[in-house]
Design a binder for this molecule. Structure first.
Ligand code: AMP
Ligand code: MG
Length: 484
């Protein structure tokens, strides 16, 4: 593989050099063929499933890789933990993909490191399959995300509440730099390391800032905010609930990372929470923008000493950037919702229509994905229109009236809506059923079948209808777990 490791060439304060712990009987469970093409995985490896299982379980050290466990801190559910770090993951290094893009290759579930605390360093097959399915679905939906190259079953048990089959998942990311990485050094007052980290991150993800000469920390914060807004607006578009938006799970490159307790919202309700550990609903669907702002404020705080030695002056510079967040988010959110409703240009007064529609969905307990799919179809289908007339009442009329005022050809409106409204999402009950089948049979057949549909989320394939149904109980009793 085309390794070109930059993180491992930084000073050793950023990581620990450590090797994956071998597993008993590695077997390739899921393999991402198209991602493998992008990553230029060599042919002799690509077609040898035993060799792949060895390489992506950590049993064989892939030539060119330099495994490290990265160190980071983080605010978890609002409380600061000064040291987390890769407790069950090994960053093998970076490869340059077919587009020349630098991508991290990380094994997760690959054994203990000095950051494991009480953990076993392992991952169960279920959560590994879940990460593979969810991240593939998000990628196909057009949401920035880390991806999965492989899931390798280890042939070893992992002990949670129950004994479960173990797995190693290979995660591919633009990088694993997180807000928590900055927090680690900021909390220690290590300004030198912070500077190095800023330089590194800017060079890797925001190279346009380098031209500005002086270290552009405020612009850097601004850019990170911009990318995170784009990301979370996309989550809101498809109904994604991350479930554990801790600062160590907020990535500097703006990709969705950490598919632990995530879920998809069915019935539209901003208060939807599925994570069993999120008892206060901190990470509820509708709270995600506020939490993002909170996380970004923690990020900005880390950079204060670099902006000005006088903290008050630094705060004066950064404060407005954080305060602006709500308006910026709202603007992007409304633009996105406008597109879901087929509005080519969003006007100030459209906000009312958007809120009206969403409130109606909430009051009527309507499914988010199904309703927007129906709205899209209603442009061509009388059946869809009459159902919506029934479900949405006056909202539907107002929406149609607004569409007729914009004088856009119906085909263009239809295309715009289709691009923003999926016909299928990875619904929780299907994800769970597929995971269970994988665990029970030891085979990935149903996961592969599901993935085929999820990879075309804006198209109705022959099998799509098998996965569009909402849960019979409205997911009322659905709970997700961190999978640790
Ligand atoms: P996560 O919930 O996956 O974001 O993990 C939070 C922190 O706990 C990270 O530092 C992980 O490396 C660590 N961790 C989670 N599960 C395990 C495990 N089974 N063994 C060791 N460390 C773990
Ligand atoms: Mg994490």
């Amino acid at each position: 593989m085309n390794f070109s490791n930059s993180y491992a060439s930084l000073d050793e304060v950023f990581y620990e050099r450590t090797r994956p712990t071998s597993v008993q009987d590695p077997r390739l469970f899921l393999w991402n063929t198209s991602l493998a093409e992008q990553l230029l995985i060599p042919n002799e490896l690509k077609h040898d499933s035993a060799a792949l299982a060895h390489a992506f379980s950590g049993n064989a050290i892939i030539p060119g890789s330099e495994p490290v466990a990265t160190v980071y801190a983080g605010h978890q559910f609002g409380s600061f933990v000064p040291q987390l770090g890769d407790g069950r993951a090994h960053l093998l290094g970076e490869v340059l993909d077919q587009f020349g893009q630098r991508r991290d290759i990380q094994l997760k579930g690959s054994g203990r490191t000095s950051f494991s605390r009480g953990g076993d360093g392992r991952c169960a097959l279920g959560p590994a399959v879940r990460e593979f399915i969810m991240s593939e679905a998000m990628n196909a939906l057009g949401v920035p995300t880390t991806r999965c190259l492989a899931v390798v079953a280890t042939g070893e048990p992992v002990f949670r509440e129950k004994t479960l089959p173990g797995a190693v998942v290979t995660r591919v990311a633009s990088s694993h730099l997180r807000i928590g990485t900055f927090e680690f050094f900021a909390a220690r007052g290590d300004h030198q390391a912070l500077k190095t980290l800023c330089n590194y991150t800017i060079e890797r993800h925001y190279p346009e800032l380098q031209e500005k000469g002086q270290m552009p920390y405020v612009s850097f914060i601004n850019k990170v905010i911009e990318r995170q807004i784009q990301l979370v607006v996309e989550w809101m578009r498809v109904g994604f609930i991350h479930g554990v938006m801790n600062t160590d799970n907020t990535s500097l490159c703006g990709e969705t990372i950490d598919y632990g307790p995530c879920a998809m919202m069915g019935v539209y309700d901003p208060q939807t929470v599925y994570s069993s550990i999120d008892r206060m609903g901190r990470y509820a669907f509708g709270n995600q923008p506020d939490i993002l702002q909170w996380n970004l404020a923690r990020f900005a705080e880390c950079l204060l000493p670099l902006i000005n030695a006088d903290r008050t002056k630094a705060v004066d510079q950064v404060g407005p950037v954080i305060e602006e967040f709500s308006d910026r988010f709202e603007k992007e959110y409304m633009k996105m919702m406008g597109k879901k409703l087929g509005l080519t240009l969003i006007k100030q007064e459209d906000q009312k229509l958007i809120v009206f529609v969403l409130n109606r969905l909430k009051d009527r307990r309507l499914d988010y994905t199904i309703t927007f799919d129906l709205l899209t179809k209603s442009l061509r289908s009388d059946a869809a229109a009459s159902q919506l007339k029934n479900d949405l009442g006056e909202c539907f009329d107002l929406w149609q009236k607004r569409l007729s005022e914009q004088h856009t050809v119906p085909q263009k409106v239809q295309e715009l809506m289709r691009q923003h409204n999926p016909v299928v999402i990875p619904r929780n009950h299907h994800v769970e059923a597929v995971i269970q089948a994988c665990e029970q049979t030891g085979k990935a057949t149903l996961a592969e079948k599901f993935l085929q549909v999820l990879r075309s989320p804006y198209e109705e394939l022959a099998q799509t209808s098998e996965y569009q149904d909402p849960p019979s109980d409205g997911d009322e009793n659905y709970k997700t777990f961190c999978g640790t």
